[in-house]
Design a protein around this ligand. Structure first.
Ligand SMILES: Cc1cc2nc3c(=O)[nH]c(=O)nc-3n(C[C@H](O)[C@H](O)[C@H](O)COP(=O)(O)OP(=O)(O)OC[C@H]3O[C@@H](n4cnc5c(N)ncnc54)[C@H](O)[C@@H]3O)c2cc1C
Length: 390
């Protein structure tokens, strides 16, 4: 069994690492300073500038097909790169990306929505969650009613990432009340803000914030159906599925960086005449963090590898998302403890991570939903214990 990375994987990872180290990490103190003043850490034009700089390094559209100018990286490589991004808390991501389900767009929609999103000229958001339907996504009530060649959309979506900045949304609506939402009752629509939906900022414990989207008789032309009528739930699950290995990949980078800070602090902070790292209580926190981090790494890489093998990745991705999200919460909590009072201040990024990583256990499928999927797969015999090595 070979656990090593290929030369190509190492080269891409190291280039990403160099970029993050040289171009992104130097912005960290300014980001913290701005956020302490309740300003956004990195504005849209600064993010764009960084993304264009990254493009010169060759990083543009990690998952974007080459015909659209992207890198079209295998999932394992995307995972490795996202881990590098996670090493800095600057809210940076590589440019040239679009929601995976925008590739279900027809030619006209590709020109109007997909290409400008890849180019960074338009911002999208994806909306399925409603005040009455989150984990139970099949319970959505947001409706789209046919009216001639148009559809008329009504309802509210909530907790939508980028909802305040987006120029358009990919919104999932009930189009046939007689059908189960999971079996043809829902459809995805591409809806410009200019068509009439409104957004409202939702304050959260994290930096930035999602939005609620309100649709009040918003008229959408029939040509704005994404994919097929009735395909909405399937597209939504595809959108969510992607994040299930990317989120824990990012978490690995956060945990690595935080743990490194804790080790340095444990070696340099003295109490009772010796470094705190000489106490077993501190050593155990470091050891447990390293073990969990390493376990998460292999779950994440296996999930990504499963995607690359063309094997149904749902089971492995759920395990990676569940374990990775919990791992980073545990590690950041211990890292704060090791830093004592300083860990609790806004001078260091630890309290920022502490707030931000909590979200990872909630969005794109809560811990409980991941457990439900994992248990269901085993109870119904969809997968066997031990996966491909069983
Ligand atoms: C910052 C942020 C960004 C987000 N971005 C987006 C986005 O871009 N687009 C989008 O559509 N949504 C987005 N979401 C929504 C997110 O996906 C949901 O919040 C999440 O799926 C949970 O749904 P809920 O909040 O309605 O909780 P609920 O579904 O009401 O669940 C409440 C609690 O009950 C548990 N629970 C529910 N059912 C069961 C069960 N059967 N068994 C055991 N436990 C159960 C849950 O795990 C949870 O702990 C975002 C949320 C946040 C906070």
């Amino acid at each position: 069994m070979d656990f090593s990375l290929s030369d190509e994987e190492k080269a891409v990872r190291d280039t990403a690492r160099t970029f993050i180290h040289k171009e992104v990490e130097p912005l960290e103190q300014e980001v913290l300073r701005r956020e302490r003043e309740h300003r956004t850490g990195l504005d849209r034009s600064e993010l764009r500038e960084l993304q264009l700089k990254a493009k010169q390094f060759g990083f543009w559209g990690l998952s974007t097909p080459q015909e659209h100018g992207g890198m079209d990286l295998p999932a394992v490589l995307q995972s490795l790169v996202w881990t590098e991004v996670g090493r800095s808390f600057v809210p940076f991501r590589f440019g040239g990306e679009a929601d995976n389900i925008l590739y279900f767009a027809n030619d006209e929609q590709r020109r109007e929505y997909l290409v400008p999103t890849i180019e960074g000229e338009r911002i999208s958001c994806f909306a399925i969650t409603e005040p009455g339907a989150g984990s139970d996504a099949a319970n959505i009530r947001f409706t789209a009613r046919r009216d001639g060649d148009d559809w008329v959309l009504n309802g509210e979506k909530t907790f939508i990432t980028n909802g305040n900045d987006a120029d358009f949304t990919i919104v999932i609506a009930v189009t046939d009340r007689d059908k189960d939402v999971r079996k043809g009752g829902a459809t995805a629509f591409l809806v410009d803000r200019a068509m009439g939906w409104r957004s409202g900022f939702i304050q959260t414990m994290g930096e930035g914030g999602p939005a609620s989207l309100v649709f009040d008789d918003v008229r959408v032309p029939g040509r704005n159906v994404l994919g097929e009528i009735g395909q909405g739930f399937d597209l939504a699950m595809r959108w969510i599925g992607k994040g299930r290995y990317i989120i824990p990949s990012h978490a690995l980078g956060i945990a690595e960086r935080a743990l490194r800070m804790a080790i340095e602090h444990a070696n340099t902070r003295h109490t009772f005449g010796r470094p705190i790292g000489q106490n077993q209580a501190i050593q155990w926190m470091i050891a447990d963090s390293e073990v969990e981090l390493e376990a998460a790494r292999w779950l994440v890489l296996r999930a990504a590898w499963t995607v690359d093998q063309g094997i149904d990745p749902r089971h492995t991705s759920s395990m990676a998302k569940l374990y990775g999200a919990n791992m980073v919460n545990n590690v950041v909590d211990r890292v704060m403890q090791i830093h004592g009072g300083m860990g609790y201040t806004r001078e260091l990024p630890i309290e920022r991570w502490y707030r931000s990583v909590r979200l990872l256990r909630i969005f794109e499928g809560t811990d409980e939903m991941q457990r439900m999927i994992i248990a269901r797969d085993l109870l119904r015999g969809y997968t066997q214990i031990g996966g491909h090595l069983a």
